[in-house]
Design a binder for this molecule. Structure first.
Ligand code: C2E
Ligand code: MG
Ligand code: MG
Length: 637
């Protein structure tokens, strides 16, 4: 197992770079300030002794230094001030050397220029300017008539000047070199950690996605040459988000680290199925997603065996630091043997298989196949379309009237979601709602529907004097949302709609017996005065005695029973009657949905169904059509 690196090297490195930059800015600012003061004094002095050309030159240089100071104060970059200073110094050098040649030599003025030039430049540049300056000085001396052959101690000796200049250049150069070397060494010391940060996940120390993919490409090629098969297991933790929500991110991180360790132990070299080639055998791709690669597979079952071992890690919950978390894993498995796949595609296949495992109830494994890939890609497309529809307001509601079976008066309307997004229009809510439930998008959808349907109820009351109820479908998944009753109440208050005018439809299949949280939410909703209807009744597994526990007032007999009244065998025909009797027993209202023929309607009336809905009576319609319809037939016939 790789030792866990921390982020500190990167921070330290950032700190180092910052210190270095600050140091350079400080030097440049000091030099600019010094130059500004000195050159201003010089400029003024030259004007006073009637050397206005030289005075102007020095004043110009002083202005450069002042501009540099302002720039350094406002910006963090120091390349422009450096160039300005170097140019200024160059100009001063030229002037000094020219004067040296023409008006007798004043060589010692070159010392501060040389010092400053060495101070402000990096080593390589400093070395060049030192050599250049010494060479130019030498040339100027020769041209100015100074002899290099004097002893160094002679007055105005060229040799003495040369030695002093070169000596000073050497001292400053050594100083510059040493500081630069020290920073470089520090950077090198951190190089290993930087490498680790780039290639390994900082939390678990496992390989990260980019390095895993690079490595997988190489191993795939090798496996292909050796005619070996390779398996990729894509693992995603189920309900991991709850750990972060309930126990905090620190505990979430601990679970990930611990899972990484235990995962590495599941891949055993000794059991013959796998051999640890490298650290990359186990990698963390992102968040709670991990991947395991198996080499030298004898048969696909070997991969399943490892996957099973991983699932067993969660058999009694996942304990870390004495806390047991109710999480599990969904695993997708794919093999390299089939086509000439690249690493990215292979990983995507394993990801699709994992997604499928998640959709089929989590805590399980799934093998990649073409049909799975198609299903997964369809689901993903629908998820994306839902995202677009929510963001761009491409959702709509249609309304389906519900009639009293005896009077055929409209006693309620059911709000049904539609979308103008082409893909969602094609698939319909029967397909996209379960996908939204699985992806978590259902919360936004149900909130949207609730808000608009309640708004529509207000409109029906005001514009069409409608006295019936508005039925709103709410996903059973949302019963785990403690905010649901609050959102509902807020929507009712906003549109000034009485709770008694709204009914919530919950699909029976989605209700889980003994789910306390859902039951509590249902009770809270009922307590606000909103009634509850059990939709698609007869298709789920609600034990009859469980019905007592649900605070429902209506059962909606599923379409399949209504359709089989005259098409199925006798038992089917009896079913609708039995469901009605059951409702009577618990004193519940009964609606039959999916009425498509007069014959069905007659039968449902005969067995005593309170209300009916179906294409025979009215199809779902737009808000405008419904308002017009209700206005035309005020009593809703
Ligand atoms: P559901 O709540 O059972 O709605 C009844 C479905 O049966 C509707 O399909 C309706 O158009 C259809 N239907 C009604 N009578 C007939 C008939 O006589 N013949 C036929 N062939 N079909 C009939 P739709 O609108 O496609 O909705 C399908 C399901 O999607 C709904 O079943 C419901 O579970 C869900 N759904 C629809 N709108 C929403 C919504 O706003 N929120 C949530 N959470 N789910 C919704
Ligand atoms: Mg419904
Ligand atoms: Mg239904």
């Amino acid at each position: 197992m790789i030792q866990q690196p921390t982020l500190s090297p990167l921070r330290e490195l950032g700190h180092l770079v910052e210190v270095e930059a600050n140091k350079r800015r400080l030097i440049l600012a000091s030099v600019s300030l010094f130059g500004f003061v000195l050159l201003s004094v010089y400029g003024v002095a030259h004007f006073s002794i009637d050397e206005s050309r030289l005075g102007s030159f020095y004043v110009l240089c002083a202005a450069f230094c002042a501009a540099n100071l302002v720039y350094l104060y406002k910006r963090t970059s120091y390349s422009i001030p450096l160039t300005v200073l170097n140019t200024t110094l160059g100009g001063i050098c030229v002037v000094l050397l020219y004067r040296g040649m023409t008006e007798g030599f004043e060589p010692y003025w070159l010392f501060p220029v040389l010092c400053i030039s060495l101070l402000i430049n990096r080593f390589a540049h400093a070395l060049t300017s030192a050599v250049l300056l010494v060479a130019l000085t030498l040339a100027a001396q020769v041209m100015g008539g100074l002899s290099l052959l004097d002893t160094p101690f002679a007055e105005n000796s060229g040799l003495r000047l040369l030695l002093s200049l070169s000596g000073m250049a050497c001292i400053v150069l050594v100083a510059v070199y040493r500081t630069e070397r020290a920073s470089k060494l520090l950077l090198e010391l951190h190089e290993e950690d930087i490498h680790r940060l780039a290639y390994y996940d900082s939390l678990t120390g496992l390989a990260n996605r980019p390095s895993y993919l690079r490595w997988l490409s190489k191993v795939l090629e090798r496996a292909r040459k050796d005619a070996r098969s390779l398996a990729v297991l894509y693992i995603d933790l189920d309900n991991f988000k709850q750990i972060n929500d309930r126990c905090g991110h620190r505990q979430g991180d601990r679970v990930l680290v611990e899972f990484g360790n235990r995962l590495a132990n599941c891949v055993r070299p000794q059991d013959g199925t796998t051999r640890l080639y490298a650290d990359e055998d186990v990698a963390r791709l992102a968040g709670d997603e991990f991947v395991v690669t198996l080499h030298n597979l004898r048969e696909p079952a070997d991969a399943a065996q490892v996957a099973q071992r991983i699932l067993e890690l969660f058999e009694n919950g996942f304990s870390v630091d004495g806390i047991t978390h109710p999480i599990s894993a969904s695993i997708g498995i794919t093999f390299s043997e089939s086509d000439n796949l690249d690493a990215e595609t292979l990983l995507n296949q394993a990801d699709s298989a994992m997604y499928h495992a998640k959709q089929t109830g989590k805590n399980t494994m799934s093998f990649f196949s073409k049909s799975i890939a198609e299903a997964v890609s369809e689901r993903r497309n629908i998820e994306q379309a839902l995202q677009v529809a929510l963001a761009e307001n491409l959702l709509q509601l249609q309304y389906m009237p519900i009639f009293a079976s005896n009077s055929l008066e409209i006693v309620a309307v059911e709000a049904l979601i539609r979308s103008t997004h082409p893909l969602l229009m094609k698939t319909g809510p029967g397909r996209f709602i379960p996908i939204a439930e699985a992806s978590g998008q259902i919360r936004s959808i149900d909130e949207w529907v609730m808000h608009h349907a309640i708004g529509m109820q207000r409109r029906l009351r005001d514009d069409a004097a409608f006295t019936g109820k508005m039925s709103i479908n709410v996903s059973a998944v949302e019963l785990h949302n403690p905010e649901l009753p609050v959102t509902l109440a807020a929507s009712l208050a906003e549109h000034a709609v009485s709770p008694g005018d709204i009914e919530i439809e919950i699909t029976e299949t989605a209700l889980i017996t003994g789910d306390e949280l859902s039951l509590r939410t249902l009770h809270q909703i009922r307590d606000t005065g909103v009634s509850i209807c059990l939709d698609d009744f007869g298709t789920g597994y609600t034990a009859f005695n469980q019905l007592m526990n649900y605070p429902v007032s209506t059962l909606k007999i599923d379409r399949s029973f209504v359709q089989q009244i005259f098409t199925g065998d006798k038992t089917h025909r009896k079913m609708a009657g039995m469901l009605k009797k059951l409702a009577e027993l618990y004193e519940l209202q009964v609606i039959a949905e999916g009425v498509e023929t007069a014959q069905q309607l007659k039968y449902l009336k005969r067995i005593g169904c309170d209300s009916v809905q179906g294409y025979f009576l009215a199809r779902p319609m737009t808000a405008e059509a419904l308002v017009a319809h209700l206005q035309e037939a005020p009593r809703g016939h």
